[in-house]
Design a protein around this ligand. Structure first.
Ligand SMILES: Nc1ncnc2c1ncn2[C@@H]1O[C@H](COP(=O)(O)OP(=O)(O)OP(=O)(O)O)[C@@H](O)[C@H]1O
Ligand SMILES: [Mg+2]
Length: 241
């Protein structure tokens, strides 16, 4: 059976910069994959290639066996690819609840009655119930990050791409977020999570990919990858012996 997501030799350049350099990556249904790498490694750009936010200079992406390389972002959302943005992108002049309803109606293609119920559940899961009627523009950054997760969930994704949603959280908040993500994964959603907080990532993920200069430099079991000499040098600044 084909993998849920297959990125095949994808590249993205910005002028002379190779942000993503012939990246090949495949993710099976039900996996929880963690991605780390230094700032500017091309992690968010990789997500943008999967969601269609940017067009590749080369390569292909398949989702559930279909080539989606040329597909518009909203159609990829309807196929079941949901994402949170590193810099939150809410509809600022709508309430938190309305933000979710938009996701459920247009991304998740849910009937109106079902959407009300489902979005109330998403508010509960993401700890935003008491903010339901607050305008998104008046949320704090941390609340906006929660809203990013909630907006992605509202589309009922099969594949959920999380881009640095835990940065800046207290340890207690981070633990709560990890439990939320664990529950989402246990519910059957495939997850790719980019984060710099490695212990949070590895409490969920069974596989770890490391990127550097647009390339994948390691991919596999987290313990093995974290002990890889190149990873230790690039990511932790530990010189190779
Ligand atoms: N729209 C853009 N225009 C020009 N350069 C860009 C653009 N988007 C990304 N880049 C560049 O592409 C490279 C990869 O950026 P990207 O945001 O994918 O990195 P990242 O791994 O997500 O980094 P971070 O950990 O800081 O979020 C960086 O050098 C960045 O400056
Ligand atoms: Mg990024």
């Amino acid at each position: 059976m084909a993998a849920l997501l297959e990125i095949d030799q994808m590249s993205k350049t910005y002028g002379a910069l190779l942000a993503v350099d012939a990246l090949t990556l495949s993710v099976e249904e039900g996996e929880a994959l963690a991605i780390i790498g230094p700032n500017g490694a091309g992690k968010s750009t990789m997500f943008n290639l999967v969601t269609g936010d940017v067009r590749p200079n080369g390569g292909h992406v398949h989702f559930q066996g279909s080539d989606i390389t040329g597909l518009a972002p909203h159609l990829r959302s309807r196929l079941g690819i949901g994402r949170s943005y590193q810099i939150p992108h809410p509809f600022t002049n709508m309430s938190v609840y309305e933000n979710l309803l938009v996701g459920a109606n247009f991304g998740g293609r849910m009937a109106e009655q079902d959407a009300y119920q489902y979005c109330a559940e998403v508010l509960h899961i993401t700890g935003l119930s008491d903010k339901a009627n607050v305008m998104a523009r008046s949320l704090t950054l941390l609340q906006r990050k929660r809203l990013e997760l909630a907006r992605a969930l509202a589309t009922r994704p099969k594949l959920l791409l999380l881009d640095e949603i835990a940065g800046g959280l207290t340890e207690h908040e981070c633990n709560a977020l990890v439990e939320t993500i664990r529950a989402i994964h246990a519910g059957g959603t495939t997850i790719i999570w980019i984060e710099h907080i490695v212990h949070a990532l590895l409490s969920i993920a069974s596989r770890l990919v490391v990127m550097n200069f647009g390339r994948k430099i390691a991919d596999g079991d987290p313990h093995t990858v974290m002990n890889d000499a190149e990873v230790r040098e690039v990511y932790m600044g530990i010189p190779a012996a």
